[in-house]
Design a protein around this ligand. Sequence first.
Ligand code: ADP
Ligand code: MG
Length: 268
Amino acid sequence: MVQLTENENKKGTQKRDYQVVIQKVSKSFSKGSRDVKVLEDINLHVKKGEFVSLLGPSGCGKSTLLKIIGGLLSSTSGKLSINGKEVNSPSKSIGFMFQKAVLLPWRTVEQNLILPIELSQGDISKASERIGELLELVGLKGYEKYYTKELSGGMQQRVSLARTLMTDPDILLLDEPFGALDEFTRETLNFSLMDIAEKSGKTVVLVTHNISEAVLMSDRVVVMGINPGQVLENIFIDIPKPRTDQIMATKEYADYVLHIRKLLGVGR
Ligand code: ADP
Ligand code: MG
C-alpha cells in the first residue's frame, strides 16, 4: 500500500498546481457564553481534477469545512484561496450539492435546472441544449417535463447533480449527496459521479462517512478526527482509474479500508 503524507506528495508539485489551498483554517462557534472550536488548524491542498473525500465521524466538522471552502461560511482564522485568489464569498467556479435535494416541487425538471442561470442572470436562450446534455449525462434523458415530485429520491438527486453542473463550475463540493438514498441507488449514483468527474476533469471534494465508498471513489481520502475537527491523515489511493467494483475484491483495497478503520477506531 502506498501511503504518502501531503508533504511527501508535494515533492515536485508546485504550489500553483493546487486549485484549493487551505492554510491553518480554524472555526469556532459560540455556544451560550463560550466558544467551541469545531475545526483546528486544517491544512489541505487540492489539485485541479483531484477527487478528494473528507471522511470522519459525525460532528467532526466536515460540512463546516465544505461550507468554508464554498464561501458560505467564514473561518475564524486561517486562509483559503481558490485558483490563486483569496476567497470570502461564494464563487461562480464552485457548485454545491447537499444530502437533500433542494428542488422546487412546483417546477418541472427543466425549470429547476434553469434556476441557477436565472439567479445569476445568465443567458437562458442557450440553456435548453445544456439541459438536454446534462440530463443525458445523469441518466434522465426524456424527463424534462416531469415535476420533481413525480420522481424517486434517486432521480431527484440526479436532477440536483445536473443542476449543480448547470453553471459549469470547476469545483464540485458535495456534502453526502447520496447519503439519504438506499444502498443500491447510492452505489449506482456513485459510479455516475465517478464517470462525470473523470470525463469532465472537475475537481471534487466529497463529504462522506462511508469508508469503502471513500476508498473506491477517491484519489485521496482525508481522514478527520473530532473534538476539535482535525486532519488525522491524508491517504492517497494508488489504484488505477477508471475503477470498477472489482477492485473491492483486491487486497490493496482491503488494506486501505482496514487502515482507515484503525485510524478511526472502528471495529476490534
Ligand atoms: P459533520 O458534517 O462532520 O457531521 P458539522 O460540520 O455539521 O459536522 O458540525 C461540526 C460541529 O459544529 C458539531 O458539533 C455541530 O454541532 C457544530 N456546528 C455546526 N454548525 C453550527 C452552527 N451554525 N452553530 C453552532 N454550531 C454548529
Ligand atoms: Mg455534515
